[in-house]
Design a protein around this ligand. Structure first.
Ligand code: NAD
Length: 300
């Protein structure tokens, strides 16, 4: 039986780990938050007191952590897993971090005899709960083949994006595009509604015309157009503006490293940043709340 160490049981990690238990994997779970660990233990997991404790004896280690600094601290340095583990489990980092960090980590892992993949996800907490995440994986094909079954227990679409770091590149490029599409959709809807058009009728016109996009299909930012979209639920659920800002920051940093021009990416980062700075609640709301930036009347 494959034993998985799961480190980071937050909004994404907890439901992902639950799906592994449901799929029959044995699991040791670690998080700084003991409540999150206790819930996994109730479902059949083993509580681990540290990342090292979780990873000891595991076949696969999966991390789902907030940022580069934390991921680095878990894997690297004298206290890190790469240095300390006596055996060589497959390492999979599903956190969203900089491609450069992912590449450095996998290089350090490889030098010590580990295979390491970057495997960030798309689909949010809902996709994590339903086991329908998309995984964008960077790393060796052999390691990808070894990882596929465990990823399939948590997601429906598993893509090999390319060499190490390519999963993170795919993730930040996708989210930059999603931010641009969301802002563009909100802007066009606000102009049309400002002219007296009905937002639902206008959305239908866009959907059958050249403006059609994913946001109009699944994530319409105008409240009431799609019943179960975050916009129709006071912009709760979905993908928080603050998380989109994190990913846009990673995209812009990568563009700088690559000497690439991303004028629209920079523009939407500034737009979402202004929106988040205008009120604390904006950062915590779904990123479709950018609609309120264009249509302040929605605030009342
Ligand atoms: P979260 O803040 O809900 O969870 C992170 C968890 O990591 C927390 O439970 C925290 O206690 C734990 N943690 C922090 N430092 C730790 C340490 N040193 N050791 C052990 N545990 C530690 O975050 P999340 O929303 O689950 O996101 C996790 C990752 O997934 C992030 O990189 C995020 O960008 C990415 N992501 C999030 C979403 C989303 O919609 N929330 C979607 C796609 C990708």
């Amino acid at each position: 039986m494959t034993h998985v160490a799961f480190i980071g049981l937050g909004n994404m990690g907890a439901p992902m780990a639950e799906n592994l238990l449901k799929a029959g994997y044995t699991l040791s779970a670690h998080d700084l938050n003991e409540v999150a660990v206790r819930r996994l233990v109730e479902l059949g997991g083993r509580a681990a007191s540290s990342a090292y404790d979780a990873a000891t004896g595991a076949d696969i280690v999966i991390t789902m952590l907030p940022n580069d600094a934390i991921v680095n601290a878990i894997y690297q340095g004298s206290g890190g897993l790469i240095e300390r583990l006596a055996h060589r489990p497959l390492l999979i980092d599903s956190s969203t971090i900089a491609p450069e960090t992912a590449r450095t980590l996998s290089g350090a892992a490889k030098a010590k005899g580990y295979a390491m993949l970057d495997a960030p996800v798309s689909g949010g907490p809902k996709g994590a709960r339903e086991g329908t995440l998309s995984f964008m994986v960077g790393g060796d094909l052999e390691a990808f083949a070894d990882a596929e079954p465990v990823l399939r227990a948590m997601g429906h679409a598993i893509f090999h994006a390319g060499h190490s770091g390519a999963g993170q590149v795919a993730k930040i490029c996708n989210n930059m595009l999603a931010a641009i599409l969301m802002a563009g959709t909100a802007e066009a809807l606000a102009l049309g509604v400002g002219n007296g058009l009905d937002p639902a009728a206008l959305s239908d016109i866009f959907k059958r015309s050249s403006g059609n996009n994913f946001m109009l299909d699944r994530w319409n930012p105008w409240p009431g157009v799609i019943e179960d979209a975050p916009a129709s639920n006071a912009f709760q659920g979905g993908f928080q503006t603050r998380l989109m800002l994190k990913d846009l920051g990673l995209a812009l940093a990568n563009a700088q490293v690559r000497d690439a021009s991303v004028p629209l990416g920079a523009l939407v980062r500034n737009l979402f940043s202004l929106h988040a700075a205008a009120a604390q609640e904006n950062g915590l709301q779904d990123f479709s709340s950018i609609q309120r930036f264009y249509a302040p009347s929605l605030n009342h």
